[in-house]
Unconditional design. Sequence first.
Length: 205
Amino acid sequence: MPVNGAGSCGARPAAGPLVVDLDGSLVTIDTSLLCAIVLCRRPLRLLRGLAAWRRGRAGVKQELAASAALDAARLPYHAGLLAYLRDERAAGRKLLLATGADRRIAAAVAEHLALFDAVLASDGRTNLTGRAKLAAIRRTIGDGPFSYVGNSRADLAVWRAAARGICVNTRPRVAREAAGATLVERSFPAEEGRLGRWLRAIRRR
C-alpha cells in the first residue's frame, strides 16, 4: 500500500514522506565495502562473495552481506542526520529507507533504529540505485511528493523527481547538481573522525 505523508500529525504535506539513502548518508561508509574489509580476515568467504559477480552488483552485495553479517548497532551513523530523522519521526512524518545496500543490511539497520515505515533495498537481483531506486519509491508511495536524503551523483535521478532534497556528506560539485535538480532544504556536512568510525565498526570481528 502506498505510504502517504499528507495528513500526518506534525508532518509537512508539501514535502511528503522522507526517503533516506543509507550508504554515505545515514551511515557514513559504504556497507558493501565494509563487508569486504571484514571478510579480509576470512578470505575464502570474501572470494565466494566476489565470485557472485556473475549475478551483477546486487549478487555480490547479497553474498558479502550474508558472509560478513554486520552488526547494525556498531555502524557509524551520521549523528546530525540521525537526530534530524528522529525529530521528523516524532513529528509524525513517514520515513522510508531506500538503499542500494543489500536487504539484509538495510533490514538490520531499520530494526535497530526503529524509525522507518518501509525498507527498499537491493535483493540479489536488482541493484537498487538511480532509476531503479526511484521506480521502487514510486511503487511504494505513489505519485505524490516526497523528500530525499542522499549524498552522491547516483542520487541525482531520485533528487530530480523529489519535491525537496537533503544533502549529506556531499561534495561541492554534487551539491550544486542537487540544487539544480530539486529544492535543497538542508545540508549536513561530513562529520569528523570517519576513520575512527570505520575502525570501531570492524574491530573484534
